[in-house]
Write a protein that binds this ligand. Structure first.
Ligand code: IPD
Length: 264
């Protein structure tokens, strides 16, 4: 059985759920199974390539980006959605070489399983959804964000109660705020032009590595929430339809400190 089908079959069933770092940080047998299948299929073909995989890191592996070709994998982005049968769950796979923390990945793939939408992009070759080219909007009317999240339940609660911080002058043009519960798919909405911006603090590199190149190749921009260049290990991201929109959001975001993904 192919791995998207494994996720779809399990989506409808009762699951064994385990907590990782917090109430919101969940893992199921399907997350583990899909990551194992993916890694072993890639390893068969490319035995010397390295991996940063969400569940392998949770099991104790270090997040270490080296010059070697590296696959960054989230087997199910939106595990809480998956557990609660909220129909946005994605497989996110990015590939990078030469320690490109700040530059685009070589390529990225986000497959939104229930929607059957395959987003992908390769450096310099554009971004696509099910074969159709993607273009960011260049506008500023719709924002996706996930409430700031962190391993610490109290910080997460503050994020939920504050929900979103949209610049006042953008509120008048902003038609709405959406949160799909998967950073990867949220960010891909910016690439489609369906959303004009996305911001998030507290997610991890495997949640956003693939979608970062999809946004960039669709003509959008990614940056750190403090306005500095995108850094996939910083656990902070703004994706936007233009640099102007990203800059405006970066000026009002209330950041909280997050331990970097690659910190020892
Ligand atoms: C989570 C999702 C969610 C975001 C969390 C992530 P996971 O990823 O991307 O949208 O708010 O910060 O951890 O744990 O389901 O792979």
């Amino acid at each position: 059985m192919c791995f998207p089908q494994i996720i779809l079959n399990a989506f409808k069933q009762q699951k064994q759920v385990h907590l990782k770092s917090s109430q919101a940080d969940l893992v199921t047998e399907t997350d583990l199974r899909v990551e194992t299948i993916l890694k072993s299929a890639i390893r068969d073909k490319y035995p010397v390539h390295r991996f940063i995989g969400e569940e392998s890191v949770a099991a104790g592996e270090c997040v270490e980006l080296t010059d070697s070709p590296t696959w960054i994998i989230d087997p199910i982005d939106g595990t809480a959605n998956f557990v609660h049968r909220f129909p946005f769950v994605a497989i996110s796979i990015a590939f990078t070489v030469n320690k490109q923390v700040k530059a685009p990945m070589e390529f990225g793939i986000v497959y939104s399983c229930v929607e059957d939408k395959l987003f992908y992009a390769q450096k310099g070759r554009g971004a696509f959804l099910n074969g159709e080219p993607l273009n960011a909007s260049g506008q500023e009317g719709g924002i996706t964000c996930e409430p700031d999240s962190d391993d610490d339940d109290e910080v997460r609660w503050q994020g939920l109660s504050g929900l979103c911080c949209i610049p006042d002058d953008m509120l008048c043009v902003c038609f709405s705020v959406r949160a799909l519960g998967t950073a990867a798919v949220d960010m891909c909405q910016v690439a489609t032009g369906g959303a004009d911006a996305y911001y998030h603090i507290g997610m991890h590199c495997w949640d956003i590595a693939a979608s970062s190149i999809i946004v960039q190749e669709a003509g959008g921009v990614v940056m750190d929430t403090d306005g500095s260049p995108f850094d996939m290990m910083s656990r902070r991201v703004i994706a936007a339809s233009s640099t102007a929109v990203a800059n405006r959001i970066s000026q009002v975001i209330q950041a909280f400190p997050c331990r970097r993904d690659d910190e020892d």
